[in-house]
Design a binder for this molecule. Structure first.
Ligand SMILES: Cc1ncc(COP(=O)(O)O)c(C=O)c1O
Length: 365
């Protein structure tokens, strides 16, 4: 609940008054001496072509950007063998998730999500004044509860795949079964799909109710530029388009995204380095005997065991704090029984991961 003085609160929308603000992962004011493995950014800088194009664009900042981001939409459409009218771009994929809620949810049209998953969904739901139905995972294997998702009585369902924070990837046949049987718009949040073996783009041909959201924040090293996109049937895109802010992508973000998406060689080189580091992380944690989900994303979700052989919320928090004191930032989600005994570690550079491993070994002694 927001705290607002009485004389002001009578003017404030009830959805805003009852709203809890989103709490983002820690973003330090300076990176000096710090190892940042807490918000799943790419450890590598964006393609060198990005700085070149952004610098050129600066001289045109006196003009408004293309309100439709046409060049960028067409590039994305070509990349995925879709047509331009199946693509919309936005200010990070959060913008697209917000547009989906604006378009398909209200007080009579509830929202659904997997629990636990991305903590922005409940915030968007409360802002829109819609009821939220949470479909819980059975246990910490995070297997997709297909029948429960289908049975949810919602108008829009958020399916995070690969799932966050576990990193688990769901079977495409299961996702298609959900799309075909759920009586709702199915938003597949594919923020981490570039690190996974499979994605749902082929399913777009088979179900009109699918919206896929993607981001350039993770695999394209552009978290700071705030660019995401959604793929869907042209009619759905048209609806989302009608709801967005007119200039939802500034000129620099448009050209930065264009340059990053065009430099396939750089993209693939960085992606392979992240995947190789993820393999090394899996090996490290399996040697320690820590329960670790096989990740299809750019992070690892693992259950720490302390020197006495215990794992628990307290143990996970103790490691989180130990690492924080060494200026290594990872994530601990204390608010759910399926996450509280684990920590989530974004995949960093080899150097940073080596320092992390040394520190974990020290903590275990
Ligand atoms: C599951 C999921 N969806 C969406 C996002 C938002 O990404 P963006 O930076 O494009 O807004 C994140 C960011 O961490 C995420 O974890």
């Amino acid at each position: 609940m927001k705290k607002v003085s009485k004389d002001l609160s009578k003017f404030v929308s009830s959805a805003i008054l009852s709203r809890k603000a989103y709490v983002p992962g820690f973003q330090p004011p300076s990176l000096k001496g710090l190892i940042k493995l807490n918000t799943n950014e790419n450890p590598f800088p964006p393609s060198p072509t990005v700085s070149e194009t952004v610098l050129n664009e600066i001289t045109h900042l006196n003009l408004y950007p293309d309100p439709h981001s046409r060049d960028l939409r067409n590039l994305i459409a070509n990349k995925h063998n879709l047509s331009g009218n199946q693509v919309i771009v936005g200010n990070g994929s959060d913008d697209l998730l917000n547009l989906c809620v604006r378009t398909f949810a209200d007080s009579a049209r509830p929202l659904g999500m997997l629990e636990p998953s991305y903590s922005l969904y409940p915030i968007l739901s409360s802002l829109q004044g819609s009821r939220l139905e949470k479909v819980s995972f059975k246990d910490d294997q995070f297997l997709l509860p297909v029948d429960e998702v289908i049975a949810s009585k919602v108008n829009l369902f958020f399916l995070t795949n690969p799932h966050a924070p576990s990193g688990r990837s769901f079977d495409q046949n299961e996702i298609l079964r959900i799309a075909n049987q759920i009586n709702a718009i199915l938003v597949i949040d594919e923020a981490y799909a570039d690190f996974a073996t499979y994605n749902s783009i082929p399913l777009l041909k088979q179900a009109k109710n699918i919206v896929i959201t993607r981001t350039l924040s993770k695999s394209y090293s552009l978290a700071g530029a705030r660019v995401g996109y959604a793929l869907a049937h042209p009619e759905v895109i048209d609806l989302l388009d009608g709801v967005r802010e007119v200039y939802n992508l500034d000129k620099m973000a448009q050209v930065a995204a264009h340059a990053a998406l065009t430099d396939n060689i750089y993209f693939e080189a960085c992606r392979q380095k992240v995947l190789a580091e993820r393999d090394r992380a899996n090996l490290f944690f399996s040697k320690l005997g820590w329960r670790t989900i096989e990740s299809q994303a750019n992070f690892i979700f693992t259950e720490p065991i302390d020197s006495k052989g215990n794992s628990s919320e307290e143990v996970a928090f103790a490691l989180f704090e130990f690492l924080q004191n060494k200026n290594i930032h990872v994530r601990h989600f204390s608010n759910h029984r399926l996450t509280d005994s684990k920590i989530r570690i974004s995949i960093g550079t080899s150097e940073h991961m080596d320092i992390l491993y040394e520190s974990i070994n020290e903590w275990k002694r």
